[in-house]
Design a protein around this ligand. Structure first.
Ligand SMILES: CC(C)=CCC/C(C)=C/CC/C(C)=C/COP(=O)(O)OP(=O)(O)O
Length: 299
């Protein structure tokens, strides 16, 4: 009953002339919103995650099982993403991060890569067109990854969206593309080295020893140069389609993250799955906090 209410999405067909049907649709939508708000209120009694990261797996399989065009799976996946963002927003989850395109995805069939990139560009441009709404809800959008690997048009659109939303202080939505964790770490190491080279080349190089330029690179040095700098580590990582690997996603940031591997494919991921993931997180929260505190003491 709850599942069908949550997955129900009212669509008003222009041909629908039956007033009773329209009223029923409106009532059902209001009921759906009311139930969702009640569930969120109950959930909020427990510890709520600040940051949820998603590995949106299973879009191609969704298309295959439904015998629809392969690219359509990613399109439905984008709708599932927007719905999840709205649910997280309602729940007060401040940081959402998604693995949208791994560097390894460039090894896929060129037509698939092309159609995925076209979809990204189309959706980023749609977000740009709706920048007023995004700014109204105070949402900041980041792109984490090696943007130089993108075509110029996708890169420019992504950079524009980042710049347009940079001053927003509410929900932070980070899109990892083209991303993998090992290149993020290598990038951070190179940034620290470049920073130190810069200091050394300055005229007052004599005083740099005091700035720690000759000391070993520390975790804090690398933290400052991760794409995720300034963002708390994810409390929950959700990988759909039952896959249990992290696949080179946020390896630096997930020491204390609670991993969830729900069975549905990403386009099928809905409110009830998100609620279930948060309930599971709340169940293990005391143990996670204990481990985190122990690690702090040992430092
Ligand atoms: C602008 C923006 C943020 C767009 C996001 C669109 C979107 C849903 C991208 C997912 C991309 C991707 C490679 C998912 C993994 O599923 P898969 O293709 O590997 O499918 P499979 O697991 O069934 O093989």
């Amino acid at each position: 009953m709850l599942g069908s209410l949550m997955s129900y999405s009212p669509s008003v067909d222009s041909k629908t002339e039956n007033t009773d049907e329209l009223i029923a649709t409106g009532v059902l939508a209001s009921l759906q919103n009311f139930i969702r708000k009640c569930i969120v209120a109950v959930l909020s009694y427990g510890p709520m995650p600040k940051h949820i990261a998603f590995i949106m797996d299973g879009n191609r399989r969704y298309a295959k099982f439904r015998s629809i065009q392969e690219g359509s799976g990613h399109r439905v996946g984008f709708s599932a993403l927007i719905a999840s963002l709205l649910y997280c927003y309602e729940m007060g989850v401040k940081y959402i991060t998604v693995y949208a395109f791994s560097i390894d995805n460039f090894k896929r069939d060129p037509t698939e890569v092309k159609s995925l990139m076209e979809l990204m560009e189309e959706k980023i441009n749609e977000l740009l067109e709706n920048r007023n709404v995004i700014n109204k809800v105070n949402c900041k959008i980041n792109f984490w990854g090696n943007l130089d690997m993108l075509s110029k048009s996708v890169r420019v659109a992504a950079e524009k969206l980042m710049a347009t939303t940079a001053e927003n202080t509410g929900l932070v939505f980070s899109v990892c593309m083209p991303y993998n964790s090992t290149s993020e770490i290598v990038n951070a190491v190179n940034k620290v080295c470049a920073e130190r080279r810069d200091i050394l080349q300055r005229e007052d190089a004599d005083s740099v020893a005091n700035n720690g330029v000759y000391s070993d690179i520390s975790v804090a040095d690398l933290d400052r140069h991760m794409y995720s700098a300034g963002c708390p580590d994810p409390d929950i990582v959700i990988r759909t389609s039952g896959e249990t690997r992290l696949s080179n996603f946020l390896l630096w940031q997930t020491t204390f993250s609670h991993l969830q591997n729900p069975d549905p494919l990403w386009p099928e991921f809905s409110f009830k799955h998100l609620v279930w993931a948060i309930l599971q997180y709340q169940r293990v929260h005391p143990y996670i906090e204990q481990s985190r505190n122990l690690a702090k003491k040992q430092l």
